[in-house]
Design a protein around this ligand. Structure first.
Ligand code: HEM
Ligand code: HEM
Length: 180
């Protein structure tokens, strides 16, 4: 292993797993899955919560219990965990969502998500993984980008994307991503 990812800091199991599940495979749909997420993205979001740049009434107080020096190790731990895929509930939605993800919607100016989030939504060092994420969480984030309630620096690019997505397109694309 890398040394970083080998051992979870104790806080991960005692504090984070209560909501994000064992190994970051959360069960409750409003708590995002962290398993297999890109480490750079995880670290950035944790620092944004701490600094109040990404506002969240749940995560901000939780992070007061974490030494800031542990953040890179926590991010490396979750990035190294295997993600368990979700099962599709609705095949028609999955198919429609795959088309939006891969091709966007030229009629309304929705860009192809794949251009940033990579095939199957796996992400890379610049863009977060979306594969396997809970539809309820992902849809809530798209709505938060749209209204501007998630507004840290890098969220601005997502605002222009989310503003162009209809509610039906959101429902479809998040269903597709959950199956990846
Ligand atoms: C979001 C990590 C503890 C509830 C997040 C995100 C990360 C994270 C990285 C952003 C995920 C993304 O953008 O995809 C952690 C860590 C924890 C911890 C490392 C322990 C130190 C908790 C606990 C709860 C919780 C205990 C519940 C009481 C949430 C919620 C969100 C979130 C509701 C979504 C926030 C939003 O809608 O913007 N967490 N978490 N987390 N976490 Fe945690
Ligand atoms: C974040 C979906 C297109 C760049 C996100 C998140 C979702 C999402 C759900 C939040 C991830 C999380 O909280 O874990 C989509 C969909 C797209 C799309 C469905 C197509 C319709 C794009 C494009 C770009 C992009 C084209 C690049 C130009 C980003 C970035 C973030 C992000 C930089 C992270 C924002 C931050 O750091 O807070 N996307 N995305 N996305 N997306 Fe997209």
């Amino acid at each position: 292993g890398t040394g970083l990812a080998d051992g979870a800091p104790p806080s991960v199991e005692t504090l984070c797993a209560a909501c994000h599940g064992p190994g970051g495979n959360s069960v409750v749909p409003f708590f995002p899955r962290l398993a297999g997420q890109q480490a750079i993205y995880l670290e950035k979001q944790l620092r944004d919560f701490l600094a109040g740049k990404r506002k969240n009434d749940v995560m901000a107080p939780v992070l007061e219990h974490i030494p800031e020096a542990d953040i890179p190790r926590i991010a490396a731990y979750y990035a190294a965990q295997a993600a368990t895929p979700n099962k599709p509930d609705n095949e028609a939605l999955v198919t429609a969502g795959q088309a939006i993800f891969n091709d966007g919607n030229t009629g309304t100016g929705v860009p192809a998500c794949i251009g940033c989030h990579q095939p199957g939504g796996m992400g890379n060092e610049r863009f977060p993984r979306l594969a396997g994420q809970h539809p309820a969480y992902a849809a809530a984030q798209l709505k938060a980008f749209k209204t501007g309630s998630r507004s840290n620096d890098k969220a601005k690019v997502m605002r222009t994307v989310a503003e162009r997505l209809s509610d039906d397109e959101i429902a479809a694309v998040v269903e597709y991503l959950a199956t990846q």
